[in-house]
Design a protein around this ligand. Structure first.
Ligand code: SF4
Length: 201
């Protein structure tokens, strides 16, 4: 565990060396303009899983007036402890096939949507720009938009590493003992829930 945390702490330090200007230039070279097709939110076009961190969940709840149970479920998992309780890491947005926030082709949580949605189709891996499939790629992107995406991308990457460190610092293994039969491990510790509340789709 300590080794993994050390690795992540080094990765966090290294984020200071990520050149946002270069990142923006690479985004501009890839070209992107959201076509508002919402394919990334729909089940029929592939994996539309969206992981969300505790702070993002709170922000969405505040802005939409919805309860946590209405917007997220524990990340599906097959890991169990000695008593058969399921253990998992982090939360994902609820889906009814498509994301629950997608209504008539529009995101009902657009202003407070998770970082993954804000930065799609881009992400950083080991500090390098990666690009997922998207109908909006290859389109002309303004300098301003490229810079905006680069800044969001770096912020997302730093947040992901920080969240992982905090999660590991609080992680005590897959142990029974909570009130519930599913335990979600995240950066704020363990959250035990009962399975009737879960509907994996
Ligand atoms: S939160 Fe909004 S942008 Fe993200 S997957 Fe759901 S509908 Fe799409």
């Amino acid at each position: 565990m300590r080794r993994r945390i050390d690795y992540l702490e080094k990765a966090l330090k290294d984020t200071a060396g990520i050149d946002e200007k270069q990142l923006a230039a690479n985004i501009k070279a890839a070209g992107f303009k959201c076509k508002k097709c919402a394919q990334c939110c729909k089940a029929e076009y592939g994996d539309n899983t969206v992981s969300v961190f505790p702070r993002e969940i709170r922000s969405i709840c505040e802005k939409t007036g919805l309860d946590k149970e209405e917007i997220v479920i524990p990340t599906p998992s097959e890991d169990t402890d000695s008593e058969g309780n399921i253990h998992t890491f982090e939360w994902v947005l609820r889906r009814e096939g498509d994301c629950v926030f997608l209504k008539n082709g529009l995101c009902q949580a657009y202003e407070c949507r998770p970082r993954i949605c804000k930065t799609y189709p881009f992400y950083l891996q080991d500090g390098h720009l990666m690009v997922s499939e998207c109908a909006g790629l290859g389109e002309e992107t303004s300098d301003e938009e490229s810079k905006k995406i680069a800044a969001s991308l770096k912020e997302r990457y730093v947040t992901e590493i920080r969240e992982s460190i905090m999660l590991l610092e609080r992680f005590r293994g897959f142990k029974p003992g909570g009130r519930g039969n599913i335990c979600v491990h995240d950066s704020e510790g363990e959250h035990w829930v009962y399975s009737p509340y879960i509907q994996y789709r």
